[in-house]
Design a protein around this ligand. Structure first.
Ligand SMILES: Nc1ncnc2c1ncn2[C@@H]1O[C@H](COP(=O)(O)OP(=O)(O)O)[C@@H](O)[C@H]1O
Ligand SMILES: [Mg+2]
Length: 385
């Protein structure tokens, strides 16, 4: 999947942007505060219905404007001639519309399905130092994209847990009342766990094969924790923990507590690694995910890499760029200095198409793609105002 065209209106400092994008590498450079991250946020609106930076839509809409609009044309992998229009509008009152291929859809998950994104930015460190929820979401990204039944199963489990928790909070609880909920919950939770386990095993094999290229870490261990005791079935766990759950007023263990444990010699990775090493590890995790996604579905995901040079020296910038190049994915990469970004990628290959964009005060200019040591002249204005 790749994004061929991107039009943005009234998103942060971007009043109006209309760009033709390269199928592979899109380099976005400009001074601090010029609008580079905002451009990436616009792409994330087309995939998630919102920004990766914040769930608050009001801060995303340009000040003094009522609504933002992002429109894109996707090219389906393997069918270069088939284009799919997608569009999202959001207003200050919380209203909005999502359109996929000409039809209004009710859920952003339908956007996500068509435009699978991997995002690497300052928040990526959360994958190592954040709460289990961050790693669970990371794992579920892949499960969602490769297992068609995942989303409805996940929703069923959430609903059953909510119902069970509301029963647990009643003054008087009849365990017999809980039995039917628990039975159904146990069946679905077990299915969800099996789906996650299978996808994780596949992911781990791929990750192990590539991580050493990024960073050699002695004793690095990744393991999947399903959210409850390995030795017990989920129904046994629910039964054994019932009194404790009644005291707490919620279900303590289950698939809603699943995690990926990332440790180095039994220490959490975030406590042992330097910032640069953490960035490499997180990058390896995201590259492995994109690679497995590609192996299983035959489709490519899109990578947004905000501020590539931060915390990475030139060698590791090249390692990361080299892997992205091998995946042949569409990449949007930002940074202040244009040449630092361009020089990270392997010397122009015939298979790769690339574009360079300069962002200045919310205006985006398409530049000629030229070798690193020549000056880029803007060729066309893509931006109004
Ligand atoms: N809702 C908004 N309306 C107008 N401008 C905004 C809004 N939110 C943020 N900005 C401004 O947009 C500019 C671009 O931000 P950003 O995309 O993060 O820049 P960069 O990534 O290039 O450093 C900043 O100067 C910021 O103050
Ligand atoms: Mg930025």
């Amino acid at each position: 999947m790749s994004l061929k065209r991107l039009s943005v209106q009234n998103l942060r400092n971007l009043s109006y942007v209309d760009l033709e994008l390269a199928e592979h590498l899109n380099i976005i450079y400009g001074a601090n505060g010029s609008g580079k991250t905002s451009l990436l946020e616009a792409i994330s609106v087309l995939s998630l219905g919102r920004s990766f930076r914040s769930r608050k839509i009001k801060s995303l809409i340009k000040s003094e404007q009522e609504q933002l609009t992002v429109f894109g044309r996707l090219v389906v992998d393997g069918e270069q001639s088939v284009e799919m229009p997608v569009g999202v509008s959001r207003d200050r009152q919380g209203g909005g519309q999502i359109k996929v291929d000409g039809c209004t859809v009710s859920s952003a998950s339908q956007l996500t399905e068509h435009l699978p994104l991997q995002i690497m930015n300052g928040h990526s460190f959360q994958l190592l130092e954040g709460a289990p929820q961050v790693r669970r979401q990371f794992m579920d990204w892949l499960v969602f994209h490769v297992e068609p039944g995942f989303l409805s199963l996940w929703k069923d489990v959430q609903k059953l847990l909510k119902q069970r928790n509301s029963v647990l909070r009643r003054d008087k609880i009849d365990p017999l009342l809980l039995a039917p909920w628990d039975k159904e919950l146990a069946v679905k939770a077990t299915q969800l766990d099996q789906m996650r386990q299978q996808v994780f095993d596949r992911f781990l094999a791929r990750f192990k094969a590539l991580v050493e290229d990024f960073i050699a870490i002695d004793g690095l261990m990744l393991s999947y924790y399903r959210g409850w005791d390995r030795e017990q079935s989920y129904s046994e766990c629910l039964e054994a923990g019932l009194n404790r759950d009644i005291d707490l007023g919620y279900t303590r263990v289950g698939p809603h507590r699943a995690d990926i444990r990332i440790g180095i010699l039994k220490q959490p990775a975030a406590e042992v690694l330097s910032r640069g090493q953490q960035k490499l590890l997180v990058s390896a995790l995201r590259i492995a995910q994109g690679a497995v996604f590609q192996e299983i579905t035959g489709r490519r995901c899109v990578y947004l890499i905000d501020d590539l040079p931060a915390e990475l020296d030139s060698h590791y910038r090249e390692v990361l760029a080299g892997w992205l190049d091998r995946l042949q994915s569409q990449v949007f990469v930002t940074g202040v200095e244009r040449d630092v970004l361009i020089s990270a990628w392997p010397v122009q290959s015939k298979e790769r198409t690339q574009s360079v964009f300069h962002v200045e005060h919310g205006m985006v200019t398409t530049c000629e793609t030229a070798p690193v040591d020549t000056v880029n002249k803007p060729t066309e204005y893509e931006v109004g105002q």
